[in-house]
Design a protein around this ligand. Structure first.
Ligand SMILES: Cc1cc2nc3c(=O)[nH]c(=O)nc-3n(C[C@H](O)[C@H](O)[C@H](O)COP(=O)(O)OP(=O)(O)OC[C@H]3O[C@@H](n4cnc5c(N)ncnc54)[C@H](O)[C@@H]3O)c2cc1C
Length: 288
């Protein structure tokens, strides 16, 4: 079991990972190896101390170099569920389960809000991982939202199992094979049902009866990622120690609130790391 699981390879996650590594904690770090897509997109950053005026691409490259220098390597998997079981956290990432004593959410701000019913029916017909849950839909009808070509293979995997896949993707040119795949013109607007998912409603008002709905995208809203997590509007509710309402679970960076700034994210990552060190020291079998 790891001391800490950090979710996010942006400046918040990186900063926390560096500090925790320096303090010789075992760190399990999730997120893309190319780090933050947001930092990469920033045209010019002028307020990150010590680096002068720098382009986002260059700063992101320096972040990658720094991680490498520190011997930090991320697990390039999307974490889909974090749950606390007794004193430990279980993390599900693309079919694999990991365990950690504490968790830092450094997931950035999630622009995909999710659709009504998505969080409610998670685990009752809604899934974020085709390879984890696809087999439960053998011979059944499912709806799938596919954010882009990175997830096309997941749709094809579903098509090989389900009787019918109703697919919506904002990427018109998305190439997905499978005779049982029906492309939808309108996006999925809501997931509906009683005890479980029974249908999806499209934005044009059409209702399609389905047994499940898969949302294949690179971001998951915090409420769906960590059931029971308290929110403050679109952000994760944290106190000044960056603690969430779940003991042992911390949040830093954009996901914990404005301003959305690289320097603030890195600072909070560091502050959260220190809080995590204190938390680990308070729990049995560890010392600061
Ligand atoms: C176009 C643009 C320009 C900007 N310009 C500036 C600027 O000039 N100056 C400035 O200070 N800030 C700027 N920002 C804002 C800045 O990029 C963010 O404030 C900063 O990147 C936040 O860092 P973060 O670590 O909180 O999150 P992010 O950088 O968003 O990183 C989050 C990471 O978590 C990963 N992740 C999320 N969910 C999961 C999951 N479930 N499993 C695994 N990994 C996951 C993501 O893939 C990503 O790697 C800009 C942002 C944009 C979009």
């Amino acid at each position: 079991m790891f001391d800490v699981a950090i979710i996010g390879t942006g400046p918040a996650g990186l900063s926390a990972a560096i500090t925790l590594k320096m303090r010789e904690k075992s760190v399990l770090w999730f997120g893309p190896a190319d780090m933050s897509a947001k930092v990469e997109k920033a045209e010019k950053i002028a307020n990150y101390p010590g680096v002068g005026i720098v382009g986002g691409r260059e700063l992101n490259a320096r972040f990658r170099d720094h991680a490498r220098e520190m011997g930090l390597e991320s697990v390039d998997k999307l974490v889909t569920t974090v749950s606390k079981v007794g004193e430990r956290f279980m993390l599900l990432a693309e079919n694999e389960i990991f365990e950690a004593r504490s968790v830092l959410l450094a997931t950035g701000v999630v622009s995909a809000k999710g659709v009504p019913g998505e969080a409610e029916y998670l685990g009752r017909g809604v899934s974020y991982c085709a390879t984890c849950d696809g087999m439960f839909y053998r011979g059944k009808a499912i709806a799938a939202y596919c954010a882009g070509s990175r997830y096309a293979h997941e749709v094809e995997y579903l098509a090989g199992i389900a009787a019918r896949v109703y697919l919506y993707s904002p990427e018109r040119e998305l190439a997905v094979s499978g005779e049982n795949v029906e492309r939808l013109e309108s996006p999925i607007a809501a997931v509906q049902g009683r005890d479980r998912v029974e249908s999806v409603r499209l934005s044009d008002g059409r209702e399609i009866p389905v047994d499940g709905a898969f949302f294949l995208r690179n971001a998951i809203s915090p409420a769906s990622l960590v059931p029971g997590l308290a929110l403050d509007g679109p952000h994760i509710a944290v106190d000044r120690q960056l603690r969430t309402n779940i003991e042992g679970c911390f949040a830093a960076g954009d996901c914990a609130g404005r301003p959305y700034q690289i320097v603030k994210a890195a600072g909070e990552g560091n502050a959260a790391a220190h809080q995590i060190l204190e938390y680990l020291a308070r729990t049995p079998g560890d010392a600061l």
